[in-house]
Design a protein around this ligand. Sequence first.
Ligand code: NAD
Ligand code: UD1
Length: 327
Amino acid sequence: MKVLLTGGTGYIGSHTAAELLSKGYEVVLLDNLSNSEEKTVMNIAKVCGKLPKFVKGDACDAEVLEKIFTDHKIDAVVHFAGYKAVGESVEKPLMYYRNNIDSMLSVLEAMKRHGCNTLIFSSSATVYGEDNPVPFVETQRAGGCTNPYGRTKYFIEEILKDAAKADGNLSIVILRYFNPIGSHRVGYLEEQPKGVPNNLFPYICQVAEGKLPKLNVFGNDYPTPDGTGVRDYIHVMDLASGHEAALRYAAEHKGAEVFNLGTGKGTSVLEMVAAFEKARGVKIPYEIAPRRPGDIAECYADCSKAKEILGWEAQYTVEDACKKPLH
Ligand code: NAD
Ligand code: UD1
């Protein structure tokens, strides 16, 4: 099976590429390198021993897509490409709507032109918004997002459901990722955010490496066991295998189906700090800071649907994700 991964040199795309290649899939990566580097293509080969095909180009560009679908018999697409910085999406909403929604529509149109009917889409737990009780379950109402980034995910989910209703040949799997962390054990594929990281895990990594002096813990007065925010941190290798499970499912089912990809376990900021310190034998200095606007107290998944229907469940722990990669 030949799979096109848009955004394939990004953090989750590169791990999924390595996973798919190691399971015998053929893989074509499309990326405009707006948030990744071409050397990732070689790094994927270093961790799995197989070199993916790579096309530098934009997933919004119909001509680029046309060439890929003409040159390759693409059986399925995993659409990772998109912008993902929440704060930036508040400042530049049109840029986010244009890139995230346009790329999805362009990919769907190219798929239709070439009779490719299988799509896996990277959505996010952010679509559950602020109003649902935890654990988040796929049957809850989605869409109460607090920012344009989240809304692009919600809008695309709705577009995909409409597309599947109108075209009975389509097999679409919408994966709502919780908080991806960690990297391939061998190394080479770690997330390297540009500038100061917004997310907890890469921020802690940079404190551990001495690039940042201390962690600011955003609030310790939430209604959680230790007062700090609770999230469902999922190892990126588990996410990668979740895509493979989704591809297998989509090969046998039509329609659009949504699945949470999380662990079902909540971890607080202070628990994450403790796990990191234990795994790496380092001290992470931290200070309690004010709450970050837009943050919710708790976010974790009900993962029973993915377990029952995809036969997938997370294997790695937060402690595993904190271990230093070999290179
Ligand atoms: P990433 O930024 O590392 O990867 C996205 C890749 O897409 C980058 O390599 C970027 O260069 C590329 N890209 C962006 N726009 C493009 C375009 N128009 N054409 C071609 N390439 C383009 O992000 P990631 O963490 O790997 O996330 C992958 C997907 O998963 C994104 O859609 C993201 O919104 C979603 N997601 C991520 C998280 C997370 O915390 N990392 C959580 C939930 C959902
Ligand atoms: C963020 C995004 C969300 C995205 C998710 C997964 C925001 C507002 N939301 O959510 O849309 O889907 O990442 O990538 O950015 N924390 C600190 N100090 C820090 C950084 C974070 O205490 O320096 C805390 C946060 O308050 C939170 C937890 O750590 O309680 C996790 O934060 P983060 O990694 O940014 O993820 P989310 O808030 O879940």
